[in-house]
Write a protein that binds this ligand. Structure first.
Ligand SMILES: [Zn+2]
Length: 128
């Protein structure tokens, strides 16, 4: 199962950096998703778009969905580089629960890797 990680998002518009904030609940962490626009019910969009794919950001707290027609350069805030644990978390996110438990309980994994595995298991509501 592809469980994604909600994180802070920065939208780059020209040379402006805009932090994405949910207009409904004020949340600042969002899951991302790509949606093809030429799916059922979306045919009112002009399919001459070079890339008829939208980028969605979904609020972690209230599930409000943002829609962007272009693939903006988005990601964690520039002035806060990812921690090692966050980098591990991103690379582990397609791991099975078993694989995560192996990292968490196994020898030879560093503390950052264990913290990442633990965090992912928590997000999946698994006992840790
Ligand atoms: Zn929200």
């Amino acid at each position: 199962m592809d469980k994604k990680i909600a994180m802070e998002r920065t939208i780059y518009v020209g040379d402006r950096e805009i932090e994405l904030v949910c207009p409904i609940c004020g949340g600042k962490k969002f899951f991302d998703r790509k949606t093809l626009m030429n799916t059922v019910g979306m045919t009112f969009f002009d399919l001459d778009w070079a890339n008829p794919e939208a980028t969605n950001f979904i609020c972690e707290d209230c599930s409000y969905i943002f829609w962007f027609m272009e693939d903006l350069s988005v990601g964690p805030k520039k002035d806060r580089p990812l921690t090692r644990a966050e980098e591990y978390e991103i690379s582990f996110r397609n791991h099975s629960n078993d694989a995560l438990y192996k990292i968490l309980n196994g020898k030879g994994y560093n503390d950052d890797a264990k913290a990442a595995a633990k965090n992912l298991l928590r997000q999946r509501k698994m006992p840790v």
